[in-house]
Design a protein around this ligand. Structure first.
Ligand code: Q46
Ligand code: ZN
Ligand code: ZN
Length: 310
């Protein structure tokens, strides 16, 4: 297989785009495509200050690398969750993230949940038994910390490395149950709903996981290969497998599924009705973040509950 641009040996063949490219052309092509997508959805401009949530995995590190190569002002945020899982998961992912930032002279914020709150995510989960695994405690905590660091650091954009496979799996799950509230909010950009909150963007959400892995590999980015041990058995992984079967028979099916959803949204198919659109947000008296709760926000109630449950 030859590169379409220079006829050298291709290193990647993207069946969904009917495009094969050599290493050099691929490493230019992908950031160009991502930049087009960033502009199409008016995610941010070179004047914005972007905080990239980095987990030590291929997608978020590749995203950070690409934003820097494209000339954006992007700093990183790593949140240490204190997850061991027999593989030193948090330790390994922090190591890769710090090495990545050091080697490139980038600015990385590191927040440790066990240090800040006295308990790791699995320990918090054991005390609250919120959900059937630590993920709901984890999601709530990560959202809170990301908002706080973005607010305190004066970042107006918060970028995450969700790729097309992640987004298509979420969309599939939301569609199977017609979760209209989630469908309304799902998309490449979530505008800040409150002063002091950053706009949330997903610049990779129309790019295949496989293509992001190829980019990370070809750029020599060292990332943690293992997924979080608690991801095992997640519904989203099952949905990814189902979508991969579809993709194997019909290359491009995943991309069409997601992009058709975005088009339908643009046409107003999932326009929020007056009621769901009007959520009253208050300021949490303890942490100052916006919340729909009339009292403390869910995160402050969680930390209060775990600290008093000895
Ligand atoms: S939510 Fe759950 Fe993830 Fe947190 S506990 Fe691991 S799998 S890291 S995206
Ligand atoms: Zn080439
Ligand atoms: Zn709060």
């Amino acid at each position: 297989m030859k590169c379409r641009k220079c006829r050298d040996k291709a290193v990647i063949n993207m069946r969904q785009h009917r495009l094969a490219l050599c290493k050099e052309h691929y490493l230019d092509w992908l950031p160009e495509q991502i930049e087009k997508f960033i502009k199409k959805y008016s995610m941010f401009t070179p004047h914005d200050r972007i905080l990239v949530a980095v987990s030590g995995g291929k997608d978020s590190l590749a995203l950070w690398d690409i934003l820097i190569r494209l000339g954006y002002q992007a700093d990183g945020l790593y949140i240490g969750l204190g997850i061991e899982g027999g593989i030193g998961y948090s330790e390994q992912s922090q190591l890769h993230t710090e090495q990545f930032a050091d080697q490139r002279g980038l600015n990385l914020h590191v927040e440790s949940i066990p240090q800040n709150y006295g308990l790791s995510i699995p320990e918090m989960f054991k005390r609250t038994l919120r959900g059937n695994k630590p993920c709901s405690v984890c999601g709530l905590t990560k959202r809170h910390v990301m908002n706080r660091v973005a607010r305190d650091g004066g970042y107006n954009v918060l970028a995450t490395g969700h790729n097309l496979d992640d987004e298509a799996a979420v969309l599939f799950g939301n569609t199977l149950q017609w979760l209209s509230g989630y469908l309304v909010r799902q998309g490449p950009v979530l505008e800040a709903s409150h002063p002091g909150l950053a706009r949330k963007v997903k610049p990779l959400c129309r790019f295949y996981e496989r293509d992001m892995a190829a980019y990370a590999l070809l750029r020599g980015i060292e990332y943690v290969y293992d997924e979080c041990p608690y991801a095992v058995g997640a519904k989203s992984i099952y949905y990814k497998e189902v979508l991969n079967k579809l993709e194997a028979d019909r290359p491009g099916a995943k991309l069409t599924f997601y992009l058709s959803f975005l088009k339908a949204k643009q046409k107003g198919l999932f326009a929020p009705d007056a009621d769901t659109n009007k959520v009253d947000l208050h300021t949490c008296p303890t942490c100052g973040q916006p919340t729909t709760a009339p009292i403390d926000c869910a995160f402050c109630r969680l930390t209060a509950a775990v600290s008093t449950s000895d």
